[in-house]
Every structure is written in structure tokens, then in C-alpha cells.
Write a new protein. Structure first.
Length: 396
């Protein structure tokens, strides 16, 4: 017998709009087995079938909806068709992605909630974040294997959000051969070494690819500061595009070692790169006190707000770094400023940056609005999938 989830009266609206999440609080009763990842039928208070999805018994998001078509079963053929569509969608991106690394499956946006798959050359790196994604990984992996014939498929499901699903961290090889300790990728004119075993996310910030290209547009002969540099995605892009000098700031010495390695991969002379291990807030303050200035500053901090409750504190953090950064930019210089907190919408972020400009006493123009690239699409029925936002600003 299939498991049936009956919604409370009036709680069918989001499912009717094809939003893929059903919250625990919307559920009236459950009939049948409540196993993690179980396929469930979602039914409204009047007994009408709404959608089909997978169950997460431990999460506040109790169901991830996969289909609104009653005739579409959740079976290996379902995963085959979703994976095919996701890969085809990437191949159709124009201009082509122009990198040997790309996101192949972007969870809800590709109709596969909880599933992330990134391609790094001949290797695939996966994250399964929900009970449903975990339960159904086998047919998904089989399809990835048959479509892309990767040398290896590696799992990086060591992410804290899995705790909300009652899932333990899992990492390791799923298929084929172990990836090398450092995997090399090409992105436009740049080469990067990626540590897919220990790096953030699946190893690299693929979501900043288009914005790294924008930084290259402004980098020639510039003195660049890359704050929260991680392994130097922006820094190396700027150096390859002819920056005279790049200074990277990050708290992680491992990340900074990889910045240097990546600069070497791109034949950058050592004296054009400086790495500072430290806190960005303190470092920017000390630059301000010593009157140090830059032509281009990149601010790409980690997520300051995980949820709406943390927004106020996060806004203060964003304001502070933007304020300090603006004080360290030469007249007519450029600021690339980002927020990857999904809870902070683009308008609020703009207001925060405006507040920073006011307090810094600088006149700031927006030259461009920055976002995530086309291989990280946003489904219209899941606007939460738009998490990365940024502003390209000129600072007078
Ligand atoms: N810009 C990077 C990604 C940044 S990820 C890229 O495009 O690849 C965020 C980075 O910020 C991490 O490397 C983390 O080590 C660093 N970090 C977090 N808090 C910090 C702080 N207060 N000061 C300096 N670095 C910090």
C-alpha cells in the first residue's frame, strides 16, 4: 500500500502552485509506512490527489514533491528522464559554459530536490541532502554513469543540513576510480586545482564563474583585494587578466596555500600575489587605519544568515564589511560585493550596501547586478533557489 499524506484544509495552495515543499505543520494525517525516502501521495482535505513525492520523517519539510502528474511513477525511469533533461539543459546553455567544471544537477531547480551533482572534468561529485535523495541515489547514479561515463563518482554528503533529516555525514567513492588529491579544471583562461575530498561544497565555488569573468574585465593593471578568497577563484582570475598585484585575505591557511598553488598553475610571478591569513573585518580596519587603497575589491563572504531570524545580525555584518571595503577603494575604483544568504533578498542587500556607502561617505553607482550562472538555474516554482546575489559598484 502506498503512503498517503492528507493535508489540512486550506493548506493545499503551495502544492497547487507546484512549490516542491510540504511542511510538517500542513499535514492532517498520514496513512501507511513512514520510512525515510518513502514515496508518498499528497492529498488535500477534500480527498483530491495533488502530487507525489518523498517523505522525510525527521525534517520540518516533511515531503519533497517530485511530480504533479498522477501517471508519472517515482521509479528508475523517472530519474533517468530528470537526469537527461538536466544534462541536456547544460549543453544548451549559450554562450557555452566555457569550463571543464559545471553544475549538472541543481536540486529543486532541476526537479530533483536534495540532489546536487557537479562535474569536474571526468569526475562527478554528488551531495544527497534529503531522505528522498538518499533513498533514490542508485537509479540517479546509474543514469549519470550511463550518460556521462565518468572516470569516478565521489560523494560529499558531509553537510550540516543533513542533520535536519536525521542523516549522518557520508563521503567516499560511489563508482569508478578515486579522484586525484587535486583535480585540475579549466575555466576560460584560468586553471584551478580543486580538492574535491576536503574543499568547501563539492570543492569549488562553481556558482561564481560568471562573476570571475566580470572581475577579469576590470582587472588589467589593477591593484586588487580579494576578501574571503578561499582558493583564489577571483584572485587568480584577476592575475590572469593582468592585475598588477592581488592581495588575498582568508582565515584558512589551507585555502591560502591552494591560492598560491593555483597562481603557480597559471604561471603567475610570486611577487604579484600576497596572502594574508586573518579575519577580513580586522584586516580591512587595519588597511583603513594605514591608508592602504585598492582599485578593485571583491567581497564574497560565507553565508551570514542561515535563516530569516538571523537576518538582522547578518545585515550588520554585511554592512560592516562593505563600509570598511568602500573606505579602502581609490576614487573611481570598483567593488564586487556578494551575499549568498538565501534569506537576504536582493533589494535588502542593496539597501545594506547603500547604508554602507552613506556611512563611508562615498558616492556609489551600481554598474551591474550579479547572480548565479545558468548551470545554477532558478525554477519559477522555487524562487528560494536564487541565493547568490551581488552588485558591481563604482565607488567615487
Ligand atoms: N570567494 C571564494 C569563496 C568564498 S567562501 C571563491 O570564489 O572561491 C568563504 C571563505 O571565507 C572561506 O574560505 C572561509 O575560510 C573564509 N572566511 C570565513 N569567515 C572569515 C573571516 N571572518 N575572515 C576571513 N575569512 C573568512
Amino acid at each position: 500500500m502506498t503512503t498517503k499524506i492528507f493535508l489540512k484544509s486550506g493548506r493545499d495552495r503551495s502544492a497547487l502552485r507546484r512549490h516542491p515543499w510540504i511542511f510538517e505543520g500542513a499535514i492532517q494525517k498520514i496513512e501507511g509506512a513512514k520510512r525515510p525516502g518513502e514515496v508518498v501521495e499528497v492529498i488535500d482535505a477534500k480527498g483530491r490527489w495533488l502530487a507525489r513525492g518523498t517523505f522525510s520523517p525527521r525534517s520540518q519539510i516533511a515531503v519533497r514533491l517530485l511530480t504533479w502528474d498522477p501517471s508519472e511513477a517515482i521509479d528508475p525511469a523517472f530519474f533517468r528522464s530528470r537526469v537527461r533533461q538536466a544534462v541536456l539543459g547544460r549543453d544548451l546553455i549559450r554562450p557555452p559554459i566555457g569550463s571543464s567544471a559545471r553544475r549538472l544537477i541543481h536540486a529543486e531547480a532541476d526537479g530533483l530536490p536534495g540532489t546536487i551533482v557537479d562535474q569536474y572534468g571526468n569526475y562527478l561529485v554528488c551531495q544527497f541532502l534529503t531522505a528522498g535523495a538518499e533513498r533514490w541515489q542508485e537509479p540517479l547514479v546509474a543514469e549519470l554513469k550511463s550518460q556521462l561515463s565518468p572516470t569516478g563518482i565521489y560523494e560529499r554528503s558531509d553537510v550540516t543540513v543533513r542533520q535536519k533529516e536525521g542523516l549522518h555525514p557520508v563521503t567516499g567513492l560511489i563508482e569508478g576510480s578515486e579522484p586525484p588529491g587535486l583535480l585540475e579544471i579549466e575555466e576560460g583562461p584560468c586553471r584551478f586545482a580543486v580538492d574535491v575530498r576536503n574543499g568547501h561544497k563539492t570543492g569549488f565555488y562553481l556558482d561564481q564563474r560568471d562573476n570571475r569573468a566580470r572581475v577579469r574585465d576590470y582587472a588589467a593593471s589593477a591593484d586588487v583585494l580579494d576578501c574571503f578568497s578561499y582558493t583564489g577563484g577571483f584572485a587568480v582570475s584577476a592575475l590572469v587578466a593582468g592585475a598588477s598585484k592581488v592581495t588575498c585575505v582568508d582565515v584558512s591557511s589551507d585555502a591560502l596555500e591552494l591560492v598560491k598553488y593555483n597562481a603557480g598553475l597559471n604561471h603567475i610571478a610570486e611577487d604579484r600575489l600576497e596572502t594574508i591569513r586573518g579575519d577580513v573585518f580586522n584586516t580591512l580596519r587595519s588597511f583603513r587605519d594605514s591608508g592602504k587603497e585598492f582599485d578593485v575589491v571583491v567581497l564574497d563572504p560565507p553565508k551570514f544568515a542561515e535563516t530569516k531570524n538571523q537576518l538582522e545580525r547578518a545585515a550588520r555584518g554585511y554592512k560592516d564589511i562593505n563600509l570598511f571595503a568602500m573606505k579602502n577603494i581609490r576614487t573611481g575604483g570598483v567593488l564586487f560585493t556578494f551575499s549568498c544568504s538565501g534569506a537576504m533578498d536582493p533589494l535588502l542587500f542593496q539597501k545594506v550596501v547603500a547604508g554602507a556607502a552613506q556611512d563611508a561617505g562615498r558616492q556609489v553607482q551600481i554598474l551591474g547586478r550579479l547572480s548565479q550562472p545558468a548551470d545554477h538555474p532558478v525554477a519559477l516554482n522555487f524562487p528560494e533557489g536564487h541565493y547568490l546575489k551581488g552588485l558591481l559598484c563604482r565607488v567615487w
